[in-house]
Design a protein around this ligand. Structure first.
Ligand code: SAJ
Length: 433
């Protein structure tokens, strides 16, 4: 089976390496020569195990790279589908990628769309491109949507272990598409239609976005009621059928912060809950910066920002709520010193932990990197001018820090007078992010 992977990004490159590791002959294709040069080293994406997997695949002779499409048996489309300014799914890259294979497509070939698209898009946008080129989809070529569902940071393992939903535009397409996934996946392979597969993917991320919006709304309500919202969530999650997610500074990344809009686009009148959840999560950076603005800090005080990637332990800053908080705080006139052991956002100055904390008036934790979980109260106390922390990710042991002379707010205690037992500030452990 000769596989062609179009788009060597966060999904395409790991997928190409995973296919090659299973003995398939793979050509990774990208129109950007720089991406191809980097891909050979497995370097342009920071993902544990990826560089090594690419190196091994290239050394085995199973993985090659090119900017030109070649004939093959299976074409995997893994190009970006950004969101347009009016919150729709931008299909331009998918269309161009599919058009680029038409000249080499042969009878019996399979085209797999892994890019996240709106419900119905594979059948309404991609199928006509193949038909216009003279193919009969489901007979002379096969077309399916098989969404990627891997978590950044554990992509190499999840690519192989996660179940795959294979949605053909005809039943024959599903059967053909499943052949590839049976070769590379240990997870269950579920056969369905393409619109269902598209909706499954979007539903997974929308479920998380709506759940997180509820958690964020709950902490706002609890701060208003002067009770600890993190404790409420932690204790409620002890019920066997409750699974509230973790409140935080907002929702980032290119999945949860984007995918719900692709559902709204197709049924705006029917999706008020999904739309409202997006608005609630998008309001969180301002909720955090408004709180900081109300603290008795001197004008131009120095804030030490711990973590700006959109999620813990990764370098990705796409749609990062942490950076939105930083931008708000800069506009308010605070001096900002960012420390992030993973991310290197363009246009922002970065500092070592010591530089960031020395002389600072408030530390703001905006990403739950593992490195921050082991910091001691002493580090903050010794370096900061005023040793106080706003922990938006619920990772600081409030009780221990308070006992060690460091003031801590978290999302459960933004209304400081709320704590009935100030030391019982929940850790957020009960939430299952
Ligand atoms: N977040 C919270 N509270 C939580 C969980 C997450 O505020 O309880 C925030 C994170 O901090 C982050 C954002 O939400 O800013 C997104 O985080 P995430 O943990 O959902 O991770 P993603 O977006 O990197 O990956 C998701 C995953 N989807 C699901 O778990 C259903 C992943 O499996 C998908 O492959 C990926 O989206 C994708 O590509 O669609």
């Amino acid at each position: 089976m000769e596989v062609r992977v179009l788009g060597l990004g966060h999904i395409g490159l790991p997928t190409a390496a995973a296919c090659a590791a299973r003995g398939l002959k793979v050509l990774g294709i990208d129109r950007d020569e720089k991406v191809i040069a980097n891909a050979r080293e497995g370097l342009h994406i920071s993902e544990p195990g990826l560089a090594e997997a690419v190196r091994l695949a290239v050394a085995s002779g199973n993985l090659r790279f090119s900017s030109k499409v070649e004939p093959g048996d299976v074409f995997i489309i893994a190009v970006p589908t950004p969101i347009t300014p009016d919150y729709c799914c931008e299909m331009e890259h998918v269309v161009k990628a599919v058009e680029s294979i038409l000249a080499v497509l042969r009878e019996g070939d399979t085209v797999l769309i892994e890019s996240t698209v709106g419900p119905g898009d594979t059948a309404s946008t991609v199928q006509p491109l193949l038909e216009k080129a003279g193919f009969v989809v489901g007979k002379s070529v096969y077309l399916a949507h098989c969404p990627e569902r891997v978590m950044p940071g554990q992509v190499m393992q999840e690519l192989v272990d996660n179940p795959r939903v294979v949605g053909g535009v005809t039943p024959a397409c599903s059967v053909r598409a499943a052949e590839l996934y049976r070769r590379i996946s240990r997870g269950e392979i579920i056969l369905t239609d393409s619109t269902t597969a598209e909706m499954v993917k979007l539903t997974e991320n929308t479920f998380r976005d709506v759940n997180i919006a509820l958690a964020n709304e709950l902490v706002k309500i609890c701060n208003h009621l002067r009770i600890n919202g993190l404790a409420v969530i932690e204790y409620a999650n002890m019920h066997p059928r409750v699974n509230l997610h973790q409140p935080g500074p907002g929702v980032g990344g290119h999945c949860l912060a984007v995918d719900p809009y692709f559902i709204i686009e197709k049924a705006p009148e029917l999706s008020p809950l999904i739309a409202l959840s997006r608005r609630i999560n998008s309001s969180m950076p301002s909720y955090i910066s408004d709180f900081v603005a109300k603290l008795p800090l001197a004008a131009g005080a120095t804030l030490s920002i711990l973590g700006v990637s959109y999620r813990g332990n990764i370098a990705d800053v796409r749609e990062s709520p942490g950076l939105k908080v930083v931008d708000n705080l800069s506009r308010l006139g605070f001096k900002i010193r960012i420390h992030d052991p993973h991310a290197k956002p363009k246009g922002y100055d970065l500092y070592s932990l010591e530089e960031a904390l020395t002389g600072a008036d408030l530390a703001v934790v905006l990403a739950d990197h593992a490195e921050f979980r082991t910091l001691s109260a002493k580090t903050f106390r010794n370096l900061m001018r005023q040793s106080q922390i706003l922990d938006t990710k619920g990772i600081i042991d409030v009780k221990a820090f308070l006992a060690d002379g460091v003031a801590v707010w978290n999302l459960g205690t933004l209304n400081k007078s709320c704590s009935f037992f100030p030391e019982v500030a929940a850790t957020g452990k009960g939430a299952r992010p």
